[in-house]
Each structure stands twice: as C-alpha cells, then as structure tokens.
Design a binder for this molecule. Structure first.
Ligand SMILES: Cc1cc2nc3c(=O)[nH]c(=O)nc-3n(C[C@H](O)[C@H](O)[C@H](O)COP(=O)(O)OP(=O)(O)OC[C@H]3O[C@@H](n4cnc5c(N)ncnc54)[C@H](O)[C@@H]3O)c2cc1C
Length: 414
C-alpha cells in the first residue's frame, strides 16, 4: 500500500496522480476464513483492523451487502464525545475518543478529527441537575468535562439565543476535546488498513443464512455462495435482529429510523457542536459550511432508510428558538439510517448462545463516536474470549438486570 506523505503527494502532483493504487482491493470470497465479520460499517471494519493489529489474526473476510460505509457509518452527523454517566460507558467512549485523537496518524489516512468542543445544553432545571451530576461523574472517571453557565455558552456559540421565552439556556455540559470527524474517511481509513493486512472486503455480498453444527457456527450462506469460518462477528447495526434470527436466537433490540438534514452552505458561524436534548435537536457546521442538523428517532419501529417531511418540520421547530438564524436557511438534503436501540440505551458487545458467534450492536443513535473503542474491545473479546472494555456490555445483563442506564446521556443524544 502506498503511504500518504508530503513527498508522495508532491511526486504524484508531478505525474497527474496516476501512481496511487486502489484504496482497498476488489476481491471475491475465499472458501473459508478464520473470522468472518458481517457488515463493513465502521464497527465491523474497526473490529477487523484491531484483530489484525493487536492479535495478528488476518485471515479475515468482511462481508457487506451494499457498499462499504453505506449504512449508518456514512449517514451519521459525526458527533464525538465521551461525557456519559455510567463507568463502563465512560470507559469505552473515552477509550474511543482517545483513539480518535491519533487515528489519522495511525491509519496514515486523514479522518479529519476536529476536537472543536461539544456543548450539551441545559434548558430545564431537571437538565441542570442531570448535567451537573454527569460532570461530577466524569471528574471521577477521568473524562474532562465541565459545567458552564449561560454566558460562557453564548461566548462559545454567539449565534445562539440564550434568552428564549420557552427554553432559555440555563447552562451546559462542555467537553472541550469532543468534536467531529469525517465519517466516510473513518470507514475508508480502516478499510485501507485491513486490505493492507491481507484481509478481504467483499461488497455486494449479503449474508442470507448462518450454518451451524449443533451449537457451533461453521459458516454463512451469502449471495456469493457459502463461506466457512471458525468465528463470526455480527456487526450490522439496525439489521442485527435479522441476522440473530438466522442464527437462531433473539436480541433485545428495536430497529428504528433516525434522520438528519443539512442546510445550504453559509460562511463559518459556529465552531462548536451544540446538542439541545430537551427540544430534541442538535447542530454543527460542516467544513463545507452546511449546518448539519438532527433530532430524535422516528416514533415507530421501521426499516425505512430515508428521510421524511415531518422530520424537517419537527426538528427545525425544536431548534429555531435557540438558533433563530435557521429560519432563514434553505435546507439542502435529508436522509435516514436504521439504528438499533436497546432498553438501557447501551450497546451489546457479547458472546451469544451459539459458540463462535459474537455480536456488536445496540449503538443506537450514538455509535459513530465509539467506532475505534468498540473495534478495539470487540477484537479482544473475539480473540481472547474476554475484554475488560466490553465485559459489562454482555447479553446476560438483560437476563440478570444489570442494566447500564444511559437514557439521560444517550436517549436522544448522538
Ligand atoms: C442520522 C443519523 C445520525 C447519527 N448521528 C450520530 C452522531 O452524531 N454521533 C454518533 O456517535 N453516532 C451517530 N449515529 C449513530 C451511528 O451512525 C451508528 O451507531 C454507527 O454508525 C453504527 O455503525 P455500524 O458499523 O455498527 O453500522 P453500519 O454503518 O450501519 O454498518 C452495518 C453494515 O451492515 C451491513 N449489513 C446489514 N445486513 C447485512 C447482511 N445480511 N449481510 C451483509 N451485510 C449486511 C449494512 O449494509 C451496513 O453497511 C447516527 C446515526 C444516524 C442514522
């Protein structure tokens, strides 16, 4: 794989950029792999990458029914933060945020990590108490966040109206090293690194069945034929329930569409990410100048991977008091992705009732930020059978009542 460097870019500039190779190889599936990962989204690719990098397991096939990164990974609004309430969540999200800090250098691929800072607004007294509590919890967990008053919020984001009649801004939870990254680049960077280690990424290869020998997995049926494996990682976000059904077990998940939209590009006016969870809306500005806007999930379970008109109206209505300037913006495009939501709003990284099958799902509306940390922990779980990062997120917690309640930090927040 040609490495990117100032020297390589200068050389290619001289010869019409004809010397770059393919970013990832176009391959057809082998007959069997040590490990198959279903789903070439960020979590699947990161799992494969850390299996190779940390454990030397490179006979890996990554099977994707569509195109690489075309699921939620390429549809999200890219917020990265780790200001969660519970200890296991803070540990995995902070690990992830830390890995993002150096991911471009590690992958030799610019993922455009931008730690511009994230404010979670408090617009009711209940939220003030909730976020102060989270700030205290974060201090104990070693996650750098702070409670800030309304004047500081205004200073950080001058386009905001903090004196709204219905929802005045009472303060916020500020994470200075939270921010955004380029979502496609995260998928592409991991894919390039996986290819470099000799792994196969097979696009347009839908898994249609899972083969078992008694209680053990032996392989998968796909639209490109049967493929054998010793271990299988199911990493398909909103379609996890469908894959689990093929394997013969159920997951405590609901699949629901989450939508987002962007405005026409405008001059730089906002250099932080702002989330307003009471009214269900959040906003940041992309490098292109578009205002990136999102809200809550659809009110009913569905697999409809697209946007709808009611969402534009609901989300802009929610945000317009706090951001009056959006009333004058033309909206450019909208879309949706199918997210997988658990009852306690925490993910599942776990063994399953079928020996050799592991699941990584339940990231719901907030898994982009977790991609590096989740891949790191999931790879350890698949390679060694145990990972301290994922231990609390096993399936058995639903049977034993050991929930990791993040409904405050992650109910509608991304
Ligand atoms: C509108 C929106 C905004 C969001 N905003 C944020 C945010 O700001 N911050 C944040 O942290 N998170 C956010 N999220 C959530 C985040 O996008 C997801 O949690 C994360 O991308 C999930 O990644 P993944 O790799 O698990 O899933 P995906 O990227 O969806 O990848 C799963 C892949 O599996 C494939 N697949 C499914 N079934 C099969 C099959 N049978 N065979 C083969 N392949 C299959 C799919 O085609 C897909 O490519 C948002 C999500 C949406 C939809």
């Amino acid at each position: 794989m040609r490495r990117f460097s100032a020297f390589a870019i200068a050389r290619e500039a001289m010869r019409n950029h004809e010397g770059w190779g393919r970013t990832w190889a176009k391959r057809s599936p082998a007959k069997r792999y040590d490990v198959i990962i279903v789903g070439a989204g960020g979590h699947g690719l990161a799992t494969a990458y850390y299996l190779g990098r940390n454990f030397g397991i490179t006979n890996v096939g990554i099977l994707e029914k569509g195109w690489l990164g075309g699921g939620n990974t390429g549809r999200n609004t890219t917020i990265i933060r780790s200001n969660y309430l519970q200890d296991p969540s803070a540990a995995i999200y902070e690990k992830s945020r830390g890995l993002y800090e150096t991911l471009s250098q590690e992958l030799n691929y610019n993922v455009m990590f931008s730690p511009r800072g994230v404010i979670m607004l408090a617009q009711t007294h209940h939220e003030v108490r909730g976020y102060k509590r989270t700030a205290h919890a974060n201090a104990l967990q070693g996650v750098a966040t702070e409670w800030i008053g309304p004047e500081r919020v205004k200073e950080l984001c001058s386009i905001m109206n903090i004196d709204g009649p219905r929802y005045p801004v009472l303060g916020g939870l500020w994470q200075a090293r939270g921010g955004t990254a380029r979502h496609d680049a995260v998928a592409w960077g991991y894919a390039r690194a996986c290819t470099d280690m000799g792994m196969d990424i097979i696009q347009r290869c839908e898994v249609t069945g899972i083969d078992r020998d008694g209680e053990r997995v032996t392989g998968v049926q796909t639209t490109q034929g049967p493929i054998g494996c010793d271990k299988l990682g199911i990493v398909v976000a909103g379609h996890s329930g469908v894959l689990a059904k093929m394997a013969g077990f159920r997951l405590p998940l609901e699949s629901v569409a989450l939508q987002a939209l962007v405005s026409e590009p405008v001059k730089p006016c906002m250099d932080v990410v702002v989330m307003a969870n009471t009214v269900h809306g959040y906003m940041s500005q992309s490098d292109k100048g578009e205002m990136v806007i999102g809200g809550g999930t659809d009110g009913y379970n569905n697999y409809t991977q697209r946007g709808s008109f009611h969402h534009i109206e609901e989300t802009l209505r929610a945000l317009v008091e706090t951001f009056p300037m959006i009333s004058r913006l033309k909206m450019l495009r909208q879309w949706g992705g199918i997210v997988d939501v658990t009852g306690d709003r925490s993910p599942i990284l776990s063994r399953t009732p079928v020996e050799g099958i592991f699941v990584n799902c339940g990231w719901g509306t907030g898994g982009f930020k977790a991609i590096p940390g989740s891949g790191f922990g999931m790879a350890e779980l698949m390679a060694k059978g145990y990972s301290p990062l994922t231990a609390a997120f096993g399936l058995e917690r639903f049977r034993e009542g050991r929930f990791i309640d993040e409904s405050v930090a992650a109910g509608v927040a991304h």
